[in-house]
Design a protein around this ligand. Structure first.
Ligand SMILES: *Cc1c(COP(=O)(O)O)cnc(C)c1O
Length: 816
């Protein structure tokens, strides 16, 4: 880059920095890097829109009233402004307002499907899912690699659908939404030429949704233009949610066969006696915009087009700025190498660009490998990114062909992954050692150098280190020292709400499925049936249940953090009296979802109960009960198993389970039952490990010590300060295979994987980024973060009728 260009970019960047605080207050300290999803809207756009809406009365168009006429005039003006944004002459093009790019694609598919002989459909492999779906309407369809597409449009392909008497629709993205690759705009002219030479007709559908967000698109040359072009304005301006289908008028006859008509698109309809109608024919959009137009969105678009230019200058400036940032980020990420092994940290899927945006837009797709070369889970990466206030997208990105090509996933592998439980965005992202998705960073007009630097610093800090920090534990051969005891016991009657500390005087019942009354209740969203969690509703931590076994009551207290005098209480009987619950209508069982599994929980009928929780959480929800000892389908099984970092140093446990198979992995019968807990019957943590973690948090200056509560354990194990136990290292629990508490035995089921829910302060419901960040630095194995251990009670005999009882203060003996 020449020095004058660099100066120009630096000056533009400073201008954007200034704009940021005034126009984008919603970002605050966050780094928004998901502009390909939806970009951000400036504050003055909202101000102009509100001022317009509150000053002028806009009626439904198509009537003679002043308010209606005002709307009609504004819509005409804005339609023209939107065409001009792409230098499109209204004599050559018409613009149809649609809900989004997808709706524009569907409208084109609607027209072609109605063609008398159907149509051939060709689509580029980098196409968005919304384009791929068109193939289901076609007579024949083919997915073309980039090479095949290039050959096809040059007329040298051995396979040419164009001359076979039916129209061909050729679809491709102007820019891939996955990795930012751009495709030639002259393919439209070439494709039409291929059609003419073969004596047939070829039409082109250009998906410009990703391109136009940050690049100019010029339709001044009508002969070179695509026949159909789709986009979503929210990707360009952030607001409003609105799309467009731009039709080259010469291609308009394609719509003559479209069958459906709706209000607004017909001049006359006969229904009684005879079925006849006449479609509006003066201007294409009149025949294609079914129903009431999204008037308010269109009005907002008018302001958006004008303001975008005022704030950012012409699109050429936006393109240059975002490409400058992309180059900077790309070179920083490519420069990262692991200190020990020298391996690169990032595997880039987005190619090189000369820097002027000829071949790529400002989107980067990549994955990360650790120092050993193993892939980092994109879901884990995202967890940490969220905590550090980065907004990025990970996963398959609605681009099936692009992802399969980048990750070299064959159809059989994808199908195998699917049958093994992989679904779009379910967190199952490394399968058989290969990633199934990518990390995508996409930049927008309001991105700055400091955004991309912060992101590169983040990747460097957390991923460009030497290998996973393995905390050495004692080998299994070392005799275990004791001096451990139960420091306290906590029951969480309502999943994700506060804990109830068992008093030191009481012995507490332990069942196969966990501590008595633990996670027997949950709150479910009334709309989705989904069990609510602190991750989304941190305030749940402040809902404090307590168990009164004498009165037979579950008492719940909530103190509003903002006004401590606002104390709310509720009491729910512990009995499972059927009349307390909503009756279940056969065939529409009230199944709820807990951690992605369907469970049959029974919902309380009393408004008083459900209003109590809905009021606190400000979301419509209900209390549900999952009967203890639940039977049949509603029962769930523990998912915890030994982790790799444990297996290598726990030969005893590994040999019991057979080489390489995690214990419990195959045998349903051997998996203990659980109620609503996430993974296992009982979760234990050790205060020795917590001390180690807290010293590290303090030593590194990252924050202040966290309390044991954030880990939401049932059994908190303390250590007496006798000389002997001081030898016991922190995290020794990773390597235990059984423990005894009093006279009862518990089998260890593997380390507990952690997410950023451990960052919610359980007394204030506030979120910080500790202890997750320090855990990531010190307790990451195989790309996942662990703290604490799952376990279950193992009765001495399977038919042992007495439940176990344990108590605070009892000794804990390791591997007795
Ligand atoms: C976002 C996007 C779409 C889909 O846009 P919608 O607004 O969701 O309809 C299609 N294609 C590309 C290239 C995109 O980036």
């Amino acid at each position: 880059m020449s020095s004058t260009m660099a100066e120009h970019q630096a000056a533009y960047n400073s201008r954007i920095e200034e704009l940021r605080s005034k126009e984008f207050p919603m970002i605050q300290g966050d780094v928004y890097l998901d502009h390909a999803g939806t970009t951000l809207y400036p504050k003055s756009l909202m101000d102009c829109f509100v001022a317009d809406m509150t000053t002028n009365l806009y009626g439904n168009p198509h009537s003679a009233s002043i308010s209606s006429q005002r709307s009609t005039t504004r819509i005409d003006d804005i339609r023209l402004a939107a065409l001009r944004f792409f230098s499109a002459d209204p004599a050559d093009f018409d613009l149809v307002f649609v809900a989004n790019a997808t709706a524009g694609i569907k409208l084109v598919a609607d027209a072609f499907r109605a063609a008398p002989e159907g149509f051939h459909f060709l689509y580029h492999q980098a196409s968005h899912t919304s384009v791929v779906g068109v193939r289901e309407e076609a007579k024949t369809s083919r997915c073309l690699s980039n090479h095949e597409a290039t050959t096809w449009v040059s007329g040298t392909s051995s396979q040419n659908e164009a001359g076979q008497g039916v129209p061909t629709l050729f679809a491709y993205p102007a820019q891939s939404n996955m990795d930012g690759q751009k495709f030639p705009l002259d393919w439209s002219t070439k494709a039409r030429q291929v059609g003419r030479e073969a004596g047939g007709q070829v039409f082109t559908l250009l998906d410009a949704a990703a391109l136009v967000a940050t690049s100019p698109l010029d339709l001044a040359n009508v002969d070179a233009a695509p026949d159909f072009l789709v986009l979503s304005f929210n990707k360009v301006f952030g607001f409003p949610n609105l799309g467009a289908l731009i039709i080259r008028r010469q291609a308009y006859p394609c719509f003559q066969h479209r069958k459906y008509f709706g209000g607004g698109t017909v001049d006359m309809v006969l229904s009684i006696g005879e079925q006849w109608h006449s479609v509006k024919s003066t201007r294409p959009h009149e025949a294609l915009e079914d129903g009431t137009l999204p008037l308010h969105n269109i009005l907002a678009l008018g302001h958006a087009v004008r303001l975008h230019r005022e704030l950012f200058g012409p699109m050429q400036e936006v393109a240059a700025h975002t490409m400058f940032l992309r180059q900077h980020l790309s070179s920083r990420l490519c420069a990262l190498h692991h200190t020990g092994s020298g391996l690169p940290v990032c595997t880039m899927y987005s190619g090189e660009d000369p820097g002027d945006g000829t071949y790529h837009g400002p989107t980067l797709a990549f994955n990360i490998r650790d120092a050993t070369g193993a892939w980092v889970s994109t879901a884990e990466f995202e967890k940490l990114a969220v905590l550090k206030h980065f907004h990025i997208r990970t996963g398959g990105l609605c681009n099936p062909g692009g992802i399969a090509a980048a990750l070299q996933l064959q159809p059989w592998e994808l199908k195998q992954n699917f049958s093994e439980g992989f679904r779009c965005d379910n967190g199952n992202d490394i399968m058989k050692g290969k990633p199934t998705g990518v990390i995508r960073v996409s930049l927008g007009a309001m991105s700055t150098i400091s955004d991309v630097d912060r992101f590169a610093d983040f990747v460097e800090e957390f991923y460009a280190t030497s290998s996973d920090t393995i905390t050495p534990g004692l080998s299994a051969a070392t005799p275990k020292l004791s001096g451990l005891y139960v420091d306290h016991l906590v029951v969480y009657p309502i999943k994700s709400c506060g804990g109830f500390r068992v008093s030191a005087e009481t012995t507490w019942e332990v069942r196969r499925e966990g501590l008595a009354w633990d996670r027997e209740w949950c709150l479910v969203h009334l709309g989705t049936g989904q069990a609510l969690s602190q991750k989304r509703y941190p305030r749940m931590a402040l809902i404090k249940p307590s168990l009164d076994l004498v009165q037979g009551k579950l008492n719940i207290t909530y103190v509003c953090p903002k006004s401590p005098n606002d104390v709310r209480v509720l009491s729910v009987p512990l009995s499972t009296d059927a009349t307390a619950f909503k009756t279940i209508t056969p065939g529409c069982a009230a199944s709820s979802r807990v951690c992605g599994e369907n469970v049959l929980a029974r919902i309380y009928a009393a408004d008083e109960i459900n209003d109590f929780f809905s009021g606190i959480l400000e979301t419509p929800c209900a209390l549900a009960r999952f009967p203890a000892g639940g039977a049949g389908q509603s029962m769930r099984h523990a998912k915890a198993h030994l982790q790799k970092h444990q297996r290598s140093t726990a030969p005893k446990a590994a040999s019991q389970a057979g080489v390489d198979t995690p214990p419990d992995s195959d045998n349903e019968v051997d998996k203990p039952k659980i109620l609503l807990s996430n993974e296992s019957p009982i979760l234990a943590i050790s205060l020795k490990s917590l001390d180690a973690l807290n010293s590290e948090i303090v030593r590194s200056g990252r924050g202040s010590p966290v309390s044991a509560e954030v880990f939401r354990a049932n059994v908190v194990i303390g250590h007496s300060s006798s000389d002997k136990t001081s030898f016991l290292p922190a995290y020794d629990e990773d390597h235990w295979s059984t423990i005894a508490i009093g006279s009862h035995r518990f089998r260890m089921m593997g380390s507990c994987r952690r997410c950023h829910m451990v960052c919610i302060n359980q007394s204030t419901a506030e979120k910080t980024d500790e202890p997750f960040i320090t855990l990531t630095k010190t307790r990451k194995f195989d790309g996942k973060v662990f703290f604490g251990t799952h376990m279950c009670w193992t009765p001495r005999r399977m038919d042992d009728p007495l439940p176990a009882r344990i108590q605070v203060g009892e000794a804990v003996i390791v591997d007795p």
